[in-house]
Design a protein around this ligand. Structure first.
Ligand code: UT7
Length: 339
């Protein structure tokens, strides 16, 4: 694991645009009671989730990404043709290839953008910000669109109550540009591949190419050992938050708002307790959206900004964990005034 941060910067990078998009359909815990052997009470008390949004048949990850991206471009006052690079973080691409970022580029009309997808599980958006930040700081690019978008409902085993109650669909996007001061100050990224099988989809790749048998064996769905991920999450969320703040030369007491990956309120509360945070310093929207994987942090960030909970100069931590297993955190001094 390496800490990367304020080294040899030519200029600072910051988030200057934000947007979120959720599909129309809401699936409540009560609805799930009709599908699997579960209860509203169990889901609320063990996870904090009340409902989640589910994409329509035929509604794709790039569709959700498109709507979130349009909003982010609008807030940044940026035209699609001005985008230099598009990074889409997702574990549910429209298809194995071409990349969902290419499909998004075409739909946006971002004809001058380099594009690629980034797969780091639920940490993908924060990983994507770290990549965008390097390109901006080095001076190579000026305008980068980073999107976290998922249609997890498409890889859900709707007979598995251990997983199907947890996840939801959605997308969040950010524009990253150069600023005079503040912005994205430090990152902490890591992974522990030994935990890969605690959260994975085994089918459809070179290990288990799609056959009738892989479909019959349900290998094209999410498999998860919830307990193992839970322990990893509590430890890594607090550690990665502390490390990234310290790297920027601050303490956790200096932070105005923590925006954690929205997976389970018990995970968020345990991490917050380890960091000595009050409730109003931690943004939580999990009850409304469920776990939207790489979309969860950008949706929460866009929503917090829309509600006026983040203003210029605020110190903000974004922190996530997920399949890989991976973790990622970013410390930023909010500055939305692009150069
Ligand atoms: O983005 C990363 C994605 N993954 C995560 O963040 C997952 C992290 N882990 C978790 O959030 C929690 O481990 C879960 C919410 C998944 C599970 O909570 P838990 O407190 O760890 O429960 P458990 O797995 O230990 O299961 C307790 C009981 C079991 O019954 P028995 O064996 O004690 O009779 C489960 O079968 O709860 C049962 N159970 C359910 N009951 C009703 C599991 N899922 C359900 C359900 N409804 N949906």
């Amino acid at each position: 694991m390496k800490l990367i941060g304020m080294v040899n910067k030519m200029r600072n990078a910051s988030i200057t645009g934000w947007g979120k998009y959720l599909p129309d359909n809401i699936l409540t815990n009560k609805d799930l009671e009709e599908i699997v052997d579960t209860s509203d009470d169990w889901i609320r008390s063990r996870t904090g989730i009340k409902q989640r949004y589910i994409a329509d048949d035929g509604e794709t990850t790039s569709d959700l990404a498109y709507h979130a991206a349009r909003k982010a471009l609008k807030t940044a006052d940026l035209k699609a043709e001005e985008i230099d690079m598009i990074i889409v973080a997702t574990v549910t691409p429209d298809m194995p290839f071409p990349a969902t970022s290419c499909i998004l580029e075409d739909r946006l009309g971002a004809d001058n953008a380099a594009t690629f997808d980034l797969e780091a599980g639920c940490s993908g958006f924060v990983y994507g910000l770290s990549v965008a930040s390097q390109f901006i700081e080095s001076g190579m690019y000026d305008n980068i669109l980073v999107v976290g978008a998922e249609t997890l409902s498409k890889i859900m085993d709707w007979e598995d109550r251990n997983t199907c109650v947890l996840f939801g669909d959605g997308a969040g996007a950010a524009v990253v540009q150069a600023v005079d001061k503040g912005g994205l100050m430090s990152f902490d990224l890591g992974s522990d591949g030994s935990g890969g099988e605690s959260l994975y989809m085994p089918g459809g790749g070179s290990l288990n190419p799609a056959t009738e048998k892989t479909v019959e064996d349900k290998l094209h769905y999410i498999k998860m050992a919830g307990n193992q991920v839970f322990k990893f999450a509590v430890k890594r969320m607090s550690q990665a938050s502390r490390d990234v703040v310290n790297k920027a030369g601050f303490g956790t007491e200096d932070v105005d708002l923590f925006i954690p990956h929205q997976a389970n309120t018990r995970i968020i509360n345990s991490a917050a307790k380890r960091l000595d945070l009050n409730n109003d310093e931690v943004y939580v929207n999990l009850p409304e959206y469920g776990n939207t994987s790489s979309a969860s942090v950008p949706i929460a960030m866009a929503e917090a900004r829309e509600k006026g909970l983040i203003k210029n100069g605020d110190k903000v931590v974004l922190v996530a964990f997920g399949a890989g297993l991976t973790w990622a955190s970013a410390f930023l001094e909010w500055n939305e005034e692009g150069k």
